[in-house]
Design a protein around this ligand. Structure first.
Ligand SMILES: C[S@@+](CC[C@H](N)C(=O)[O-])C[C@H]1O[C@@H](n2cnc3c(N)ncnc32)[C@H](O)[C@@H]1O
Length: 283
């Protein structure tokens, strides 16, 4: 059995960058917002899974992250099932950008579900699509091997996701991917994780903005209360971002944390990523 130190060393070697593109099979053609390195990471994470619990994909869009996890799982010899969560709705602009060869819908808020079902058809027997607001979803399906978070676009949602899904992560084994971790308009992610530093060890920064963590202790109710970010004042949020910058010294440069602090200062009280981004665009 691998120790935490073994797993830290394994991720430090960044084995996913050596994955052959051909290994992804049909997954390579599923539209995705993931960077090329993230795509290889997701496949590799599926392939290296160590238990038979669930793999959870929070924020699936067109199914790109799920497809890459599934292509890896298909080679893993494990029975893990993927649970993908999203509203499965999209704007026309995103549709045109990520699915340019598909007929453009007439209006925004277009239904993505039929397309996602088609994209994930090669693995239909091992994926479940959970349609709707993740804020209304509960997790009761047992241990989670890999949890990918790409939907904590506001501080309240970050608290909800942590409360529902983090307690199912298995110490010494489960991997958490915080997809947007270093995004300047989502500073609550590092503010949350730094207060969970007894439960998670950072494993890798995967460009552009993702961080991968190993679960090392159970995420208890008390830990979740201490890590809450929904009600933080701007001052407390900034102080947690500074703590996170120190925590990640040696793995992540200071610049992304500095940009987060600038964003908080420029947008007092704003706790939704799209609002910070809009305000920035106007400014
Ligand atoms: C950046 S995209 C995900 C990209 C995807 N992982 C990929 O591989 O291309 C974020 C997704 O999160 C979803 N999302 C954000 N907030 C959500 C919520 N509260 N409930 C359900 N889905 C949500 C959006 O609909 C969007 O598809």
């Amino acid at each position: 059995m691998q120790t935490a130190a073994d797993i830290v060393a394994e991720f430090a070697a960044r084995h996913w960058v050596a994955v052959a593109g051909a290994d992804l099979g049909p997954a390579a053609r599923v539209p995705t917002m993931l960077t090329p390195e993230e795509q290889l990471l997701y496949h590799w994470l599926g392939r290296r899974v160590k238990g038979d619990g669930a793999v959870v994909d929070l924020g699936a869009y067109a199914g790109g992250s799920a497809a890459r996890l599934l292509s890896g799982l298909a080679l893993s010899g494990r029975a893990c099932h993927v649970h993908s969560y999203d509203r499965f709705r999209t704007s026309r602009a995103l549709w045109a950008r990520y699915m340019p060869s598909e007929p453009l819908p007439d209006a925004d808020d277009a239904d993505l579900l039929p397309l996602v079902q088609r994209h994930l058809a090669p693995w239909a027997d091992r994926v479940t699509l959970h349609v709707g607001d993740i804020g209304a979803q509960r997790w009761t399906a047992g241990p989670i091997e890999v949890l990918s978070v790409d939907a904590a676009k506001g501080s309240a949602m970050a608290d909800h996701i942590a409360a529902e899904f983090f307690p199912a992560l298995v110490p010494g084994r489960s991997i958490l991917v915080q997809q947007d971790y270093l995004m300047s308009v989502q500073p609550w992610l590092c503010a949350q994780m730094v207060r969970l530093r007894d439960c998670f060890v950072p494993l890798a920064h995967v460009p552009k903005v993702g961080l991968v963590f190993l679960t090392v202790a159970p995420v208890t109710h008390a830990a979740l209360i201490a890590a809450k970010v929904g009600e933080l004042t701007d001052g407390k949020l900034m102080s947690r971002v500074r703590e996170a910058a120190a925590w990640h010294e040696g793995m992540v440069q200071r610049a992304p944390f500095k940009t987060m602090l600038d964003q908080i200062k420029a947008h007092p009280g704003v706790r939704l990523g799209w609002q910070m981004r809009q305000a920035r665009a106007r400014g």
